[in-house]
Design a protein around this ligand. Sequence first.
Ligand code: 6PG
Length: 242
Amino acid sequence: MTEIVVKRGPAEVARRTAELFVSAAADSIRKRGRFVVALSGGSTPGTLYRLLSGPDFRNRVEWPKVLFFFGDERNVPADSEKSNYRMAKDSLFDRLGREDLKVFRWETESAAPSGVASAYGSKIFAELGDQPVFDLVLLGLGPDGHTASLFPHSPALAENKRVAVENWVEKFNGYRLTMTFPVFNEARNVIFMVAGGDKKDAVRNVIEGRGDPKEYPARYVRPENGRLIWLLDEAAAAGLSG
Ligand code: 6PG
């Protein structure tokens, strides 16, 4: 089931996402005793993470029962300004100020990209079993239609076995690290948080497009049984026909 929710601006998108995060966490913890989430990177989620660790939301989640994973990571050290882990650490983990958070990051310092990806896959299997089902996957969307680090025409688009892979991205002339579509499509809830007019063409092509999904990889995100929610601000939704 796909839902499209349009909010006025980025702040309203973040707030609605925070509400959905809280309710998904409560539901998962009630049913399974824990909440397994794959965080998104980039800049958009920063507002969400600051909200979640702020006075309106910080006391509405049982943080010790949350398992934090990352849908993707850059091939940089954990303390790099470009690191998705570093962004979440600064805007969420450190602000929560707890010693009992369960955070599973890509250990980019430990090996070459393929080794980092294999190790991360092992972490996922160790915590979730051999059919990993995330309770919530947060995703962003690039203007080129990429999501996580699944870029147009990149090798990882075809990955249908491994849950975590290194992905060569031509335009960066380098590797990214990313979970794969099979993982995202097994999730119970997937939320795309998208804001800004620079995304409106990608939003239209992903949601309404008919062309080659390799051009707009986010189109491969089609949860089998899970809930798919597009949380858009008005600028990002401006290209939709509905
Ligand atoms: C990353 C993200 C990436 C991001 C989009 C949107 O590592 O950068 O995983 O997929 O979600 O590029 O990024 P912005 O939110 O910065 O526009």
